[in-house]
Write a protein that binds this ligand. Structure first.
Ligand code: UDP
Ligand code: MG
Length: 229
């Protein structure tokens, strides 16, 4: 006799068992890159791509591309969320990330460019909410650790307003910035705290100039991973 019996609700199916992630962490390395808006995630990711051969996937960039894709059913939803500094429903973002990862992994297989080594991804600006974190690790791939860029709000605001002069981004204005900061503190910091409690966060002070932040990033990654990067 089984120890636990499935509930006998007429007409309903037993709840599905925990899904297996699409990618095994032995074959695919995922590093989440978090930090407030304007902390410098994108800048540091570009450095890491150059020196360590990561593939950089920015959740925000993927959402903006989907927003602009002709025929997308999510265009206006994404547009509204971004302008208001809200988090797009996780199903959309997780699926976009999984699609982008699949494309890279399949491409490597076809060109036999992987030499059996894991594909390495920097997932930038994600997960920004607990539900996304749990869903992604459960269904797409468990992450190796979180790189967290810590920066005071005044400095981030200065950078965003500067970037807003040329970025063309709908959310680099003081109204949207205020909302993004609020979402970051209320919704995204709990994600950092969750991983911190598990000892899975590498926290970097992102206040100095980009080159100094990058030197510190390299040092801390070396300490954490040795040559295993
Ligand atoms: N966004 C989201 N879910 C994510 C990542 C981004 O909904 O997982 C939305 C959110 O509205 C956010 C915006 O995209 O404010 C811009 O994100 P991006 O990462 O580009 O901003 P950054 O942190 O680089 O300033
Ligand atoms: Mg960014």
């Amino acid at each position: 006799m089984p120890a636990i019996e499935a509930p006998k609700t007429a007409g309903s199916l037993p709840s599905p068992s925990k899904p297996t992630p699409t990618f095994s962490p032995d074959k695919v390395t995922v590093v989440f890159v978090l930090g407030g808006p304007g902390a410098g995630k994108g800048t540091q990711c570009a450095n890491l791509v150059r020196d360590y051969g990561f593939t950089h996937l920015s959740a925000g960039d993927l959402l903006r591309a989907e927003q602009d894709r002709p025929g997308s059913q999510f265009g206006s939803l994404i547009k509204d969320c971004i302008r208001n500094g809200d988090i797009v429903p996780m199903e959309v973002t997780v699926q976009l990330l999984e699609n982008a990862m699949t494309e890279v992994v399949d491409g490597r297989k076809k060109s036999s460019g992987d030499n059996g080594k894991p594909a390495k991804f920097l997932i930038d600006g994600f997960p920004r909410k607990m539900d996304q974190a749990l869903k992604f690790e459960e269904t797409v791939c468990p992450a190796k650790f979180v790189l967290f860029y810590d920066c005071p709000e005044e400095e981030m605001q200065r950078r965003l307003l500067e970037r807003g002069k040329t970025s063309g981004r709908a959310d680099d204005n003081s109204e949207s910035i205020k909302k993004r900061f609020r979402t970051f503190v209320e919704t995204s910091m709990p994600v950092v705290d969750y991983y911190e409690k598990q000892g899975r966060v590498v926290k970097i002070d992102a206040t100095p100039k980009p080159e100094a932040v990058y030197q510190e990033t390299r040092k801390r990654l070396g300490e954490r991973l040795g040559d295993g990067l």
